[in-house]
Design a binder for this molecule. Structure first.
Ligand code: PHE
Length: 344
């Protein structure tokens, strides 16, 4: 076979093999087989030097064009292969954008908790600190030491959850006053948030609810201090222009005692169903610490004076968010709770 024939045969062989290539690995192998340093083309051209210059030129030209031809074909094949793999990948990794996705919902702060936190922050900013007490309480701390007489109706089996061991579920946060005054000497400025329990259940009463107790004891604390502090608190919660009134009242553990009302936030004082046509909403109980309470905890009432107050957190939350049935707060219905997303 002449060199020319050999080259033509090589071209045919390469063309055939390239057309059969199906992977980039075999493409590389074929490139080396034909065009590599020890490849078939180089091999044929080994004897080129022995030819006449004229012939050498002609064969050299032919060899070059065959080399370029094979390179071109390989390039084409490479392109085809790339397209094919891309196509396969697209096919295999197809995304179904109509599938429903996973939904990670964000949580919401419970309205009772966010109200509790907000009230606490107002008192913390005025220098009060937070005290906590147990929900299972001694009768002594919940009643006796708070100057509540043995025959007071609140002690009735109807109102208080008594436990078999002689203890009870605290009916208010006031026993934390007793615990704090037994533990610390004045000056005292604390708030005590927490759960309390009473045998009560209707649209505005839940057997478990939350209160915040406040207590300030020092020399020369007067009713003016009580009014000033509560005014700052109520204006922070309900707005600067909220009407506030103090009504004389009675609690065994304070003397004098008062109940504090705010102008009805629903009707603006005109009278409506929520304020029972009075234009006022009862918001908290308060008063000057009764000397009998000071004596029970060993604080000299001639040296010290103080005030205390207590308020229900649900009541405030219900007014703020216009909730009319307290029970909905504790049903854990997600459709209710989710509405408070983004509200702190
Ligand atoms: N403990 C009272 C109640 O639960 C509220 C209160 C606290 C009143 C402190 C006066 C002083 O109703």
């Amino acid at each position: 076979m002449s060199l020319k024939e050999e080259l033509t045969a090589l071209k045919e062989e390469a063309l055939k093999k390239i057309s059969e290539i199906s992977s980039s690995e075999s493409l590389e192998r074929i490139r080396v087989e034909f065009l590599g340093k020890k490849g078939k083309l180089k091999n044929i051209l080994k004897t080129l030097g022995k030819l006449e210059p004229e012939q050498r030129k002609e064969i050299g030209k032919l060899a070059n064009s065959i080399k370029e031809f094979i390179e071109e074909k390989l390039k084409e094949k490479e392109k085809q292969l790339k397209e094919k793999t891309l196509q396969e990948k697209l096919e295999k990794e197809r995304l179904d954008i109509t599938l429903p996705s996973f939904w990670h919902d964000i949580g919401a702060s419970h309205p009772v908790m966010s109200t509790l936190v907000e009230i606490s922050e107002i008192f913390l900013s005025m220098g009060f600190s937070i005290e906590e007490g147990p929900e299972v309480e001694y009768e002594e701390y919940n009643f006796d030491m708070l100057n509540i007489p043995k025959d007071h109706p609140a002690r009735d089996m109807q109102d208080t959850f008594f436990l078999n061991n002689g203890m009870l579920l605290r009916t208010h946060t006031s026993p934390v006053q007793i615990r704090t005054m037994l533990k610390n000497k004045p000056p005292i400025a604390i708030i005590a948030p927490g759960r309390v329990y009473r045998k009560d259940a209707d649209p505005t009463h839940s057997p478990m609810f939350h209160q915040i107790e406040g207590l300030m004891v020092d020399k020369d604390i007067t009713f003016k201090d009580l009014k000033g502090i509560l005014k700052i608190f109520l204006e922070n919660i309900f707005g600067k222009d909220i009407p506030i009134r103090f009504r004389p009242s009675y609690f065994p553990f304070t003397e004098p005692s008062a109940e504090v009302d705010i102008g009805c936030t629903v009707c603006g004082g005109k009278g409506c169903r929520v304020c029972k046509e009075t234009g006022w909403l009862e918001i908290l109980g308060c008063g000057m610490v009764d000397p009998n309470v000071f004596e029970a905890v060993g604080i000299d009432p001639d040296e010290y004076s103080g005030f205390a107050f207590g308020l229900g957190i649900e009541r405030i939350a219900m007014l703020r968010y216009q909730i009319t049935d307290i029970r909905i707060l504790f049903e854990n219905n997600m459709r209710f709770n989710q509405q408070f997303k983004g509200i702190r």
